[in-house]
Design a protein around this ligand. Structure first.
Ligand code: TRP
Length: 335
């Protein structure tokens, strides 16, 4: 306990709006399990955030639980990490409201994600989509984290959170700890199998390998992966001229631990016809235990419930302390 209190705190939220894929796994999740030794980690399913865009209720519920099961199957141990569902911890919406009043219209108007999403969903530019960064600031600040691991696309929201901290602490004293964005050390950057010039994404399903996908579907996608029209058809790492092959080599390296030189030697003189299915097989074998474990966990409803209940309880305890401090500072009468 003593030791845990000294660990630095890390927190991240994940929107349960899509199925996890190989890019999520190799680029991020795979490295998370080791982090728990060094940090006190909080991960939550950001379900409150997903409804800024219309969701099918049954799908949202299913995906939230599926994602939780998949994270555990990827090695995130619920005993060592606090895993919870955002809507189970009411302090998020409570602090979210308060922070809305300390976030400027002008700041929110400059958020590129708001501009992108409102261009994409012209028929539903709702208030939540606009004020979402204030809720995200609340998600973060409730736990007083040192670090917030996020992708490039979320850095602007963490910067805004830092501005809110400065504004709020400037008025009320040291209430919130200043969080830092945390850019994880090199995870593999996985590109799409059909278009190796952009990141693997669920929006191009043919180039995207999902964690829960059947082996034969995974193999089909690798066999159809774009390589190049190079006549030598040789497995050689050349990111500029052979981005498709480089991507497959990077995936193969990440799942087998082999270096690029070892891979070049392994497929010397064999061409892409042998290489592509070998990458497929290696990925299938890496994902198999994850998929089987996730399926097993999903069937064990009592276990899943126990995990998210314990997570919500722990989260709410920590979040409640921060919220009470904030309520007192702004002048609400304590109950
Ligand atoms: N906005 C993040 C996303 O879309 C998810 C998120 C919500 C989050 N709250 C957070 C991430 C707090 C980090 C910290 O991906």
């Amino acid at each position: 306990m003593e030791e845990q209190a000294k660990k630095k705190v890390m927190l991240s939220g994940i929107q349960p709006s899509g199925d996890l894929h190989l890019g999520n796994y190799l680029g991020a999740i795979k490295n998370w399990s080791a982090r728990a030794e060094e940090f006190d980690c909080y991960y939550f399913m950001a379900d409150l955030h997903t409804i800024t865009v219309r969701q099918n209720p049954a799908d949202l519920r299913r995906r939230t639980l599926e994602q939780l099961a998949q994270y555990i199957a990827c090695g995130l141990d619920p005993k060592k990490n606090t895993l919870f569902i955002q809507s189970h911890v009411p302090e998020h919406t409570q602090l979210g409201w308060v922070l809305n009043c300390y976030t400027m219209f002008g700041e929110l108007s400059r958020m590129t994600q708001f501009k992108d999403k409102s261009a994409k969903h012209k028929d539903n530019i709702n208030g939540g989509l606009f004020t979402y960064p204030a809720l995200m600031a609340a998600d973060i600040l409730l736990y007083q984290p040192d670090y917030v691991p996020v992708g490039e696309d979320q850095k602007q929201h963490v910067e805004l959170t830092r501005n809110i901290v400065q504004r709020f602490n400037g008025i009320y004293g040291d209430v919130f700890k200043m969080p830092e964005p945390y850019i994880p050390k090199a995870g593999a950057r996985v590109m799409g199998l059909t278009a190796p010039d952009s990141k693997m994404s669920k929006s191009i399903p043919e180039g995207c390998v999902f964690l829960m996908e059947k082996p034969e579907d995974i193999q089909r996608k690798f066999k159809r992966a774009v390589t190049d029209s190079d006549t030598e058809r040789c497995v050689r790492y050349d990111l500029e001229h052979k981005p498709g092959v480089a991507n497959l080599m990077s995936i193969y390296s990440a799942v087998t631990g082999r270096s690029y030189e070892e891979i070049e030697r392994e497929f010397d003189g064999q061409g892409y016809g042998a290489f592509k299915p070998a990458v497929g097989d290696a990925v299938i074998e890496t994902l198999r235990p994850i998929r089987e474990e996730a399926e097993r966990i999903l069937k064990d409803k009592a276990y899943l419930e126990q995990v998210y209940r314990a997570g919500a309880e722990k989260a709410s305890y920590v979040a409640g302390k921060t919220l009470r401090k904030v309520y007192k500072k702004v002048g609400f009468v304590a109950l």
